[in-house]
Design a binder for this molecule. Structure first.
Ligand SMILES: Nc1ncnc2c1ncn2[C@@H]1O[C@H](COP(=O)(O)OP(=O)(O)OP(=O)(O)O)[C@@H](O)[C@H]1O
Ligand SMILES: Cc1cn([C@H]2C[C@H](O)[C@@H](COP(=O)(O)O)O2)c(=O)[nH]c1=O
Length: 153
């Protein structure tokens, strides 16, 4: 599924459905069993990414994403989401070392501007859950912020 999503052109609704199908499986096989066992779960990207990429980036209606979110995870939400935010210029510089770019990474700058805007909109809609980290700074500066946020959990 990951191979398809990263390399195969497809309808935007197919892309969203596959993202949520993968998420459903991941919830069933990994996340819910871990939470039930009392384990903390740390995930690199979750449903906010679908609102940002499939919603903001590709233009899929938010109402459809909300239906999929409710179907796949009901009211289960992360306790804390860290949004590592950089400008498009910084992200372009940092990506420039990558030799092979996937279907998303090859998108135009306007796509990434819409993705970033959609992420920031999510952060303003859910300020208690989503903390925006200014990630244009050094790793040490970011680490200090993270220690602060995580220790207050
Ligand atoms: N604060 C920073 N200062 C300088 N370089 C950084 C910083 N943070 C990350 N980088 C570099 O930027 C590049 C991209 O970082 P990384 O792969 O962590 O991004 P990512 O957000 O996880 O990417 P993805 O979109 O694949 O999830 C890497 O080469 C990394 O070393
Ligand atoms: C979860 C998720 C991801 N994407 C996009 C964003 C990335 O460019 C690729 C690969 O994701 P990874 O977390 O770096 O492995 O997929 C997306 O468009 N929608 C999503 O929900």
């Amino acid at each position: 599924m990951r191979e398809l999503l990263l390399h195969q052109a497809m309808h935007l609704e197919t892309e969203a459905l596959l993202m949520f199908a993968a998420r459903r499986e991941h919830l069933d096989k990994v996340i819910i069993p871990a939470l039930s066992a009392g384990t903390w779960v740390i995930s690199d990207r979750f449903t906010d990414a679908s609102f940002a990429y499939q919603g903001g980036g590709r233009g899929l209606e938010e109402s459809k994403l909300k239906i999929l979110e409710q179907w796949v995870q009901q009211d289960l939400q992360p306790n804390l989401t860290l949004l590592f935010d950089v400008t498009l210029e910084v992200s372009r510089q940092r990506l420039s070392g990558n030799v092979s770019l996937d279907r998303f990474e090859q998108e135009k700058q306007e796509f990434f501007q819409r993705v970033r805007d959609a992420y920031l909109k999510r952060a303003s809609q859910f300020p208690e859950r989503i903390r925006v980290i200014d990630s244009g700074r050094t790793l040490n500066e970011i680490q200090v912020d993270l220690e602060d946020i995580i220790s207050s959990l």
